[in-house]
Design a protein around this ligand. Sequence first.
Ligand code: HEC
Length: 730
Amino acid sequence: MQTEQFHYDNKIVKKFLYATIFWGLIGMSVGLLLAFMFLFPNITDGISWLSFGRLRPLHTNAVIFAFVGNAIFAGVYYSSQRLLKARMWKDWLSQLNFWGWQAIIAGAAITLPLGYTSTKEYAELEWPFDIAIALIWVAFGANLIGTILKRRQRHMYVAIWFYLGTFVTVAVLHIVNSMALPVSIFKSYSAYAGVQDALVQWWYGHNAVAFFLTTPFLGLMYYFVPKAANRPVYSYKLSIVHFWSLIFIYIWAGPHHLLYTALPEWAQNLGVAFSIMLLAPSWGGMINGLLTLRGAWDKVRTDPVLKFMVVAITCYGMATFEGPMLSLKNVNAIAHFSDWIVAHVHVGALGWNGFLTFGMIYWMVPRLFKTKLWSTKLANAHFWIGTLGIIMYALPMYVAGFVQASMWKQFNPDGRLTSTFLETLNAIVPMYWMRAIGGTMFILGAFILLYNIIMTIRQGSECTDELAEAAPLEKVTRKRTSKEGYHTWLERRPVKLTIFATIAILIGGMVQIIPSLIVDDYVPVISTVKPYTPLELEGRDIYIREGCVGCHSQMIRPFRSEVERYGEYSKSGEYVYDHPFLWGSKRTGPDLFRIGGKYSDNWHLNHFYDPQSTSSGSIMPSYKWLIQADLDKSMTEKKMEVMVSLGVPYTQEEIDGAQASMTAQGTQIEENLKSDPDFVKTYEADKKYAEENGEDFTEMRDREVVAIIAYLQRLGTDIKIKTGEETTTN
Ligand code: HEC
C-alpha cells in the first residue's frame, strides 16, 4: 500500500497552549484575589464590579472553561491528529473553535463582573453566550468527528473514546441546563423552578466535573502518560471496562449535591448509590495511569513531566475517593456548605487538572518548537512549589471545614447552640490565611512555567506544519469478523461507538429528570406560597446580579442544629416560583431562607452600608452602591410576563399595577427606615444638599437597596409554623 504525506497542524495547538497559560494565570489570580477578600473583605470597597459575589463566577469559569478548556483543546488537537494519523478535518473549523472560544471567554470576563449572570454554577453566562457556546462546541465536535472519519489508523485508541464521550455529553448537559426565557439581551429566567431547577443544575454541575474536568483529561492521560514514560498503557481491558462504566455511572451522581434538601428522597438515594459505585471506575483509571509508569520510576525521578503527571493522577485518585465518601449522607451532612468542599475541589482542580496540564505543556512545547526544555531545574522548582502550594491550600481548608461544621452543629448542655455564626467564622480565619499563602505559592509556580516556556520558545525553531506519512485505510467489511473481539470491532466503528456512548449517558439523566417533568405531585403544593411582589422580584434580581448566592444558601436542612439557627426547614413547595433556584452551595455567610422578619429594615440598610458595623468581624463586603443606585423599573412588567410564560400565576391586573405596587411597597420601607433618627438626619441633609446644588435626588423608595430589602424581608415567610411544636425530623 502506497503511503501518503500530510501535515499535522501544530499552529492551532500552539494557539490553544498560549491561551491556556494566559487564561490560567488570569483565572488563578482572580482566585487569589478572592482568597484575600476572606481576610480583607473591603479591599475593593465600593467598586461593584470587583466585589466578591461578581468575581467568584469569573474565577470558576476562567479556570474551568478558559484554563482547562483551552488545555483540553490543545491536548485533543495535538493527540487526535497523531492518533488518527490525519490533519484536523477543516482548518477553518479549528480556527473557529479557537477564536470563538476566546471571544466567549472575553465576553465572560466583561459581563460577569458587570453582574450579568444566571447564577447557575459553572453555567453563569447569560443566554446569548449559551447559544454561542453550543455553536462553538458543535464546531469542535464536527472537526473531531470529521478527522476520525478521514483517519489513517483503523482502530481508535482509548483517548479518542474519551474525547467522543466528552463531546456528546457536554453538548447534552449544556443545552438542557441552559434552557431559559430571555427578558432582554443579558437577562433571562431559567425555564425550571425551585427543586426541578436544582435537580437539572446539579445533574449539569456534577457532570461538568465529570465530562469537562475528568473524561477529557483521562483521554489526555491515556495519550501523554504513555508517551512521556515511553511505555504502553498498563491494561487495555481495564481501559475498556473503566471507560464504559465511568460514563454510564457518572451521569447519575448529581443529586449528591442535594442531600437533605427538599429534593425527593428517592432521587437523593439514587444519587448516593451511584456516587459510591463511581469509586470503582474512577480508580480503574487511576490505576491504569499509575501502573503505566511501572518500570519507569527511574525516569519519574528525573523527568519533571512525569513528576507532574504522577502527582496529577494521585490527586485524581484522592479526589475520586473523597467524592464517594462525601456522598455518604452522614458525611455529607457535615461537609456540605462548608470549606471542606472547597478543599476537595481544589485537590481536583490544582492537582489533577492543573498538574496534568503543566506536565502536558512541558512535554509538548519542546516538541512543537524542535528543541529542549530551557530549564529542567526551573521546571523542578515549579513542581515543588506547586506541590507544596496544593498541600498548603488543601490541608488548612479541610481543617477549616471540619471546625466550621462542628461548630455549626454544637449544642450546650442546656440545649442551646454553642456558637453564633460569626464565632464559627472567626474561628477559621487563620486557616483562610494559610490558604491564601498556599494559593500564592501555586501561582508563583505558574509564573515560573510562563518564564520557562517563553525561554524555551525563544531558543526553539518555528515548525507550524509537521510532515507525517501513513497509508490510507483500505476498505474492509463493516461487519465483525470471526477473529475480531466485540470491542475491537467497535473501535473501528466511530459512529456506533458514539451512539452507544450517547445511550450510556442518557439513561441516568432521563431516569432522574423526567419524573420531575411529568409527575404531578413531584413538588407538593403549599397554598399559602404566593409569587413575589414586583418590588421583591426586582430585589431578587439584584440578589442574583450581586452574586449573594456565592456566600449564602437558601436551603435549611432538616437538622435540629439548622432549624435552631435558621428556622423551620425548607419545603420543596416553597420554591415553586423561584426561577432560577438560589439554594447556593457554600455558606460563607448564614443561610438566608428565613431571614424575612428577623431584622428591621434599618438593620439591613446599615448592614449593606457597612457589614462590620452591625456584625463585628464579618467578612461580608459592603454594598454601598445599592444604597445610591436608582432602581431600574423599566423592565418589571416584561419580567412578570416572562414569569407568566414560565407558569408563575401573575394576573394581568398585577402586571398593569406593577409600578404602583412598587411605589407603595417602596414607600412603606422608606417609612420604616425613617424610624431611625440617624437615617433621617443624613437623608434630609443629602436631600437638602442636592436641592441647593441643583442635583438629582432619588427618593429612598426608588433605590435598589429598598428592593433588595423587600426581597429579604419576604424570604421564608409564606408558611407559618406554630412555635412550640416539634419541627425537626432528624
Ligand atoms: C463574601 C461573602 C458574602 C457575600 C458575597 C455576601 N454576604 Fe451576606 N453575609 C456574609 C457573612 C460572613 C455574614 C455573617 C456576618 C454578618 O452578619 O455580616 C453575612 C450576613 C448576611 C445577612 C445577615 C444574616 C443573619 O442571619 O444574620 C444578610 C441578610 C446578608 N448577609 C445578605 C447578603 C446579601 C443580600 C448579599 C448580596 C448583596 C450578601 N449578603 C453577600 C457573607 C457574605
